[in-house]
Design a protein around this ligand. Structure first.
Ligand SMILES: Cc1ncc(COP(=O)(O)O)c(C=O)c1O
Length: 362
């Protein structure tokens, strides 16, 4: 018998009794009081919205960036486009900047849409190793002078590897020296130990750093579909124009909810999501090691386990079956990606975890 997993699952269907660790998001019951404040429709939110996104949401994003000391370049509202998730931000970033004579350096293993987007824009693909956290791998490749674009995703899906701010700065300097555009996917930044970002390298008027972000992972709110593209004014206005041809603006109601999620009122909640995620990842590593499975790396929402699995199943000695995403999905078939960040009772039992997100909201 097969049952549909609650919510959307990459694995699509999991067999009864299998523990679904395939989906890359923090899954938990939302605090009722937070939900109640987030959902407050008003007539203003029903109209077409500002094509760049609600000013108060863009302001909330920048205020958060500033509080994380990320605002050396005096970015303003014209540098922030609200998008339908980081996916739309990234797709627009590719569409605006990658051309048919572009040579794009992508992480492998890496998130598959980067490949699809580069190909759709006619660019040529080459690879670097994102697990070398010294950053030497992309920097060495850039110094060949052959590349026009570098895609960074730190912390990284699927390996969890992360660059420190000093490595990010070195990569940004190398990219500038070799006139390479950086597209930086920062959806997992909030789970990093150091929260390094390329945002300080976005120049308001010129420069070639495009950053994508969202509330999907940081607030466990992927269904809201609210993300951000942070770039110079001309990239933001080209992206806004293109987006406007297919989708006038992200929904007003979800933009208002995201504004609250980014405001200081939700600080404790976001801290709770982050700590919950870190605890779940830590506990899964213990469970796997006890079973004799070695861990290649971990971080953000993920454990990158050294085990080959063509169907994503991992059989533990006690008979449990974990369902992750096969490494081949990301271009590295020797490993398996597991996302244990969930308060699903089966996952909680596996991790021997009694605490909920609320209990981490300190
Ligand atoms: C590396 C990476 N970037 C972007 C996204 C998409 O984020 P969003 O839900 O905000 O579109 C994901 C989601 O799985 C991801 O893993």
């Amino acid at each position: 018998m097969r049952l549909e997993a609650p919510g959307y699952s990459r694995s699509g269907l999991v067999d009864v009794g299998e523990i679904d660790l395939a989906l890359g998001e923090a899954r938990f019951a939302w605090p009722d009081d937070l939900l109640a404040t987030l959902i407050s429709p008003s007539t203003a939110q029903m109209r077409y919205q500002n094509p760049l996104g609600l000013p108060q949401l863009r302001m909330a994003y920048l205020a958060k960036a500033a509080s994380a000391q990320l605002q050396e370049r005096q970015l303003d509202l014209a540098n922030v486009l609200v998008t339908s998730g980081a996916k739309q931000a990234l797709w627009l970033a590719f569409l605006v900047s990658v051309k048919d004579d572009s040579r794009v350096l992508l992480p492998r293993p890496g998130w598959p849409p980067y490949v699809a987007w580069t190909r759709a824009c006619g660019g040529e693909i080459d690879w670097y190793d994102p697990t070398d956290i010294s950053g030497s791998a992309p920097i060495q490749r850039l110094s060949s002078g052959e590349f026009t674009h570098l895609v960074i995703n730190s912390p990284h899906n699927p390996t969890g590897c992360e660059y420190s701010q000093s490595v990010v700065d070195r990569i940004a300097d190398a990219a500038e020296a070799f006139e390479v555009t950086i597209i930086s996917d920062e959806v997992y930044r909030c789970f990093a130990t150091g929260e390094a970002s390329f945002v300080p390298h976005v120049s308001p008027k010129s420069g070639c750093v495009l950053v994508a972000d969202s509330v999907s992972k940081s607030a466990g709110a992927a269904g809201l579909r609210v993300g951000f593209l942070i770039a110079n004014e001309s990239v933001v206005s080209s992206a806004a124009f293109l987006r406007g041809t297919v989708d006038s603006c992200p929904p007003g109601i979800t933009q208002s909810a995201a504004t609250l999620l980014l405001s200081p009122r939700s600080d404790r909640f976001r801290v709770g999501v982050r700590s919950f995620a870190q605890e779940c990842v830590k506990r899964l590593i213990v469970v796997l090691r006890k079973d004799g499975i070695s861990i290649q790396s971990s971080g953000a929402l993920y454990v990158w386990a050294c085990t080959k699995s063509d169907d994503g199943r991992l059989y533990l000695r006690d008979g449990s079956v974990l369902r992750g995403l096969p490494g081949s999905t990301f271009g590295e078939s020797a490993c398996l990606r597991l996302c244990p960040v969930s308060d699903d009772p089966q996952v909680a039992a596996l991790l021997d975890m009694g605490q909920t997100v609320q209990e981490f909201m300190v």
